[in-house]
Design a protein around this ligand. Structure first.
Ligand code: HEM
Length: 121
């Protein structure tokens, strides 16, 4: 599940960049398609993250950090969506970018640094 989770959010970052480049080049239709695929991938992130989170409700003392990690992960998704919606309307997305960087830092530090599961099996 951890690997699927990593795959899901790594794919999301790639799709975010592809959709951004397309919107920036004025290719609204292909941009929209990649954006929709990214939205499906959000569901995949939510499912894998939600199932990882469920493990922490069984007991143990890491539940608070897992919850903060999950909230920060949600924030990453929200800021990615804000960046794309603003860019697709040719509006400035600076605030959303700042949020993405902050949220991504929190998720990566908590995900890789603090919580027990890492990349290794
Ligand atoms: C794009 C957004 C997200 C990013 C970049 C992200 C990143 C990460 C990373 C780096 C890890 C550690 C590697 C691993 O154990 O798999 C992780 C684990 C985890 N994520 Fe996410 N995540 C995101 C979204 C979410 C969401 C939406 C949720 C909850 C609904 C969530 C819940 C979890 C949980 C519970 C773990 C388990 C940590 C552990 O046991 O070590 N994540 N995530």
């Amino acid at each position: 599940m951890a690997h699927m989770h990593i795959t899901a959010w790594a794919l999301a970052l790639i799709l975010l960049i592809v959709a951004l480049v397309m919107y920036k080049q004025g290719k609204a239709k292909p941009g929209k398609i990649v954006h929709m695929i990214l939205r499906l991938d959000y569901l995949f992130i939510l499912y894998t993250g939600g199932s990882l989170l469920a493990n922490y409700f069984g007991g143990g003392d890491m539940l608070p950090e897992a919850i903060v990690k999950a909230l920060a992960g949600l924030w990453v998704i929200i800021s990615m969506e804000m960046i794309l919606v603003k860019t697709s309307k040719a509006k400035p997305a600076k605030g959303a970018w700042i949020q993405l960087v902050i949220a991504l830092l929190i998720t990566l530090v908590l995900g890789f640094g603090r919580l027990p599961l890492g990349i290794l099996p």
